[in-house]
Design a protein around this ligand. Sequence first.
Ligand code: GLN
Length: 197
Amino acid sequence: MPRPRIGVLALQGDVREHARVLDDLGASATLVRRSAELAAVDGLVLPGGESTVIDKLARAFDLRAPIREAIASGMPMYGTCAGLILLADRIGDGIEGQQTFGGLDVTVRRNAFGGQVESFETELDVPALGAPPVHATFIRAPVVEHVGASARALAALADGRVVAVEQGNLMGTAFHPEVTGETRFHRRFLAKVAAAS
Ligand code: GLN
């Protein structure tokens, strides 16, 4: 099978970390800033960063409509942190005018762990991935406040707050596997790409 061509949305955020994981897993990672680049890939990763900035740049680069069309047509996508926010149908506390691409039937709250302790790490049980637990890094992370009927939770914190979700070819995590050497989410995403192409 040819190497899957995976785009990493490269408007802002931790683009390189995702590209490295994808290349290490045998995919061919390319940076996506234009609709022609999006049209040339089999799947798309939306990195962590700042969702308000990525939203604005996506509109400035005329990528918003093509990304929404790609989601509607079933292109597999995986969003981490800001990327999860961008894939959510609803945000609890976006800034004025903030938009998402949507696709995941969830409501996400930005900066849910804000205040003094903005970042933390924890061991997270993810039944769909099996053992061992995921060492999850949360950096000014969102949580999923509500999981709609079409989406399903993949993981929750000990207090029950959902931090990973999936819906068809879309997946989102509030944390950053790409910075800790955790590859199982990217593998799961690549399996969706293989099944879709
Ligand atoms: N707080 C950021 C946002 O609202 C997300 C942080 C991250 O991606 N690490 O987009």
